[in-house]
Design a protein around this ligand. Structure first.
Ligand code: HEM
Length: 238
């Protein structure tokens, strides 16, 4: 008789198990995006609010919380991408001859471009981390500090204002957000379908909620570069 561990591992190697893991990791990434947006929007409350939030995140649990979140996020991202590629390969192997007629007439643009928009998101995230976390794109960010009630903390507010003052960088972010959101609008409904929560009755509602969720993430995120370029979010006056 198979042990529980064997059953779990063999089911994750099956197509159903892989789909389930893609859905669960997708759900974790959807939740991260909502949390990240909520944090980013603190920029509208001013430098002190955003910088003190970033400082708290980086110092919680003696600095280990941020590493736990990073490792969890990285694991979710790697599993999501690797299993999506593996499922696409399995599908191709099971269908050696291409369909005579394209089978995508009914499929939305978002669903047909999931792999492409996913690859753009991957490149965006690599650039974004090099830009705002590692500061490779502009090492002068290392020197940006903020006086938070007598403590010198990293000045995330000025980093964002400086970054988005560049029109090409803002344009790249806005374009990436548009592709990210086409991916989300389809991914949202797919997660619920895989989890068995989509029926003929809820399908329309889930599609609507997926579209709304993607729209909130898009509008919230692109409002930041647009507000910097439009002068609504201003550099700190020294
Ligand atoms: C305009 C939209 C966005 C803004 C303004 C923004 C802002 C930032 C900033 C300022 C940081 C560095 C925080 C710090 O230094 O403490 C950061 C980190 C990060 N962001 Fe974003 N972000 C945006 C969109 C996104 C999106 C769409 C994703 C995912 C698809 C994302 C994923 C990440 C990740 C993974 C990190 C790295 C966290 C770390 O390891 O420290 N961000 N973001």
């Amino acid at each position: 008789m198979k042990s529980l561990a064997q059953v779990v591992f063999s089911s994750f190697g099956s197509s159903v198990g892989k789909k389930l893991l893609v859905a669960l990791t997708g759900l974790a990434l959807l939740l991260f995006l909502a949390g990240h947006l909520a944090g980013n929007l603190l920029i509208y409350r001013g430098p002190e609010e955003l910088n003190s939030y970033a400082h708290e995140l980086h110092t919680a649990l003696h600095g280990s919380l941020v590493w736990i979140a990073r490792l969890g996020l990285l694991a979710a991202f790697v599993v999501h991408v690797a299993l999506t590629i593996s499922l696409a390969r399995d599908n191709r192997a099971a269908r050696p001859h291409a369909y005579a007629k394209p089978a995508t007439v009914q499929a939305s643009i978002a669903s047909r471009t999931m792999i492409l928009s996913g690859l753009v998101i991957l490149s965006f995230v690599v650039y974004h981390i090099l830009h705002f976390t590692v500061h490779v794109a502009d090492p002068s960010y290392d020197a940006l500090v903020f006086d938070l009630h007598g403590h010198k903390v990293p000045d995330v507010y000025s980093k964002v204002v400086k970054g988005f003052s560049s029109v090409p960088i803002s344009a790249f972010y806005i374009l990436s957000m548009a592709l990210l959101c086409t991916h989300l609008s389809h991914g949202f409904a797919s997660v619920f379908q895989t989890l068995g929560l989509r029926s003929a009755r809820t399908s329309g509602l889930l599609k609507l909620l997926g579209g709304l969720y993607a729209l909130v993430i898009f509008v919230g995120n692109v409002s930041i570069p647009l507000s910097v370029l439009g002068g609504f979010i201003k550099p700190i006056a020294h």
